[in-house]
Design a protein around this ligand. Structure first.
Ligand code: ATP
Ligand code: MG
Length: 421
């Protein structure tokens, strides 16, 4: 292997068996989004680095150490492979003035890039499906986002649990921040290096620390919940009432702060204990300030992103099968008359909407039957010169013990269309 080139560490190939699963998953997801009235937004994978610095925040894990940033040597511009989808979505919405006639429900699906230590559920190229409801201020929108997640989990046969918190608005965050800084300053001796660095730049993120030695200190830290002003509290109460009305269970987690700076008010995560340390399968919340922060006309917004690799792993753990398509027929043929008829037969099957693999490369019927079996096709369609002259085919079931039959081509097509075995 030393002389062969491998894929980049943390970036995975998706081989055909896995790709079948991904396609089935994407089909379910697109149908789910359509049913909720969300429309797709496709943005470039490369953006100006400044976009992410401004949107996500300079003192966040993503911007400080996870971004694939490089200089375009042809013009000196600093570019970054997108580490998440919200910044690009908001950029595009502002650039094309998409909110000119009111709120928009949008989604994206595709690869994201973060330079993290690869491990189970954590990759350098990973995939998200993300939903953004832009221009809507009320808690009804937050509830819609959460309700639609719960709906998807039901369809997929998984049951992550919902953790909910509110980050309040600017004034309450500011008050809370001052109390936090004072609290952590009084406990400098317990702070780890990361936390010391964050003490004055981004103290809220100290609460998000995964260091066990910091847990007790964090548990006893001043709570933002105690600083909420009336409007933010009313928003949070109304959201909870809507969740109860929709029969959605949740747990309030005052420690949930999210790793991106743009959130305010509602934040939530769907978590599972079945995936080890990488237990968050979906995360989101409200980011009312972001559109204005990126230069747009002020407008509220909320959204979430699902980590597809983690979701698929959870489905696997739950034993939810996703159907992978198999060809209806593998067409075997031998002889000069047979090759022409086999080609016509393959075209007729495909026109009828069936998937037909036409054998290429010659060989005996015996070796062709081996290939037919390996193709996962349900039937072998066998054409020798006899059949070709009679304009007939022999249908041999490959996945059952049923007898083979010799029939006219149109009958064979009808049969293949109407049988599932
Ligand atoms: P974590 O705390 O696990 O690093 P995060 O807060 O950085 O997650 P977000 O930026 O909120 O994650 O991304 C939303 C979702 O995308 C996550 O909940 C997770 O499911 C998925 N995700 C994030 N980073 C990765 C990664 N490197 N590999 C695989 N999935 C990821
Ligand atoms: Mg992360």
């Amino acid at each position: 292997m030393s002389n062969t080139i491998q894929s980049v560490r943390g970036m995975n190939d998706c081989l055909p068996d896995a790709a079948d699963t991904w396609q089935a998953f994407e089909g379910i997801v697109r149908d789910w989004l359509r049913r909720y009235g969300y429309r797709e937004l496709r943005t470039p994978i490369l953006e100006h680095t400044g976009l992410f610095k401004r949107a996500i925040g300079e003192v966040t894990d993503i911007v400080e150490k996870e971004m694939y940033t490089f200089v375009d040597e042809l013009n000196g511009e600093s570019l970054t492979l997108r580490p998440e989808g919200t910044a690009s979505s908001v950029r595009a919405v502002i650039q094309h003035n998409l909110l000119y006639d009111g709120g928009k429900r949008l989604f994206y699906i595709g690869p994201m890039f973060r330079h993290e230590r690869p491990q189970r559920g954590r990759y350098r190229q990973f995939h998200q499906v993300g939903v953004e409801a832009l221009g809507f201020a009320g808690p009804d929108t937050d509830a819609e986002l959460i309700v639609m997640c719960a709906d998807l989990w039901r369809t997929l046969g998984i049951s992550p649990t919902l953790q909910l918190n509110t980050l309040g608005d600017y004034a309450s965050r500011h008050r809370h921040r001052q109390k936090l800084v004072a609290y952590f300053e009084a406990h400098q001796d317990v702070l780890d290096e990361d936390s010391k660095r964050r003490l004055h730049s981004n103290p809220l993120r100290i609460l998000d620390s995964k260091n066990p030695a910091m847990q007790a200190l964090n548990d006893a830290a001043p709570k933002l919940m105690d600083e909420l002003d009336d409007a933010a509290r009313a928003h949070f109460d109304a959201l909870q009432a809507l969740l109860r009305a929709n029969g959605i269970a949740y747990e309030i987690n005052p420690r949930l702060v999210r790793g991106l700076d743009y959130y305010n008010r509602t934040v939530f995560e769907w978590v599972t204990d079945q995936l080890g340390a990488q237990g968050t399968v979906c995360a989101g919340g409200r980011y009312d300030g972001l559109i204005e922060q990126l230069g747009g006309k002020p407008a509220p917004a909320a959204g979430f992103a699902v980590g597809i690799e983690r979701l698929l792993a959870l489905m696997e753990a739950a034993g939810t099968p996703l159907a992978s398509p198999v060809p209806s027929a593998y067409i075997c043929h031998a002889g000069d008359a047979a090759v022409a008829f086999a080609g016509q037969g393959a075209s007729a099957l495909r026109e009828a909407g069936l998937a037909a693999v036409l054998h290429c490369g010659g060989g005996s019927f015996k070796s062709q039957m081996k290939k037919a079996d390996a193709s996962r096709a349900r039937y072998a369609v066998i054409i020798g010169d006899d059949e070709a002259v009679a304009r007939q085919v022999t249908l041999k079931p490959l996945r059952s013990t049923a007898e083979q039959t010799r029939v006219e081509l149109p009958l064979a097509i009808d049969y293949l269309k109407n049988t599932t075995t």
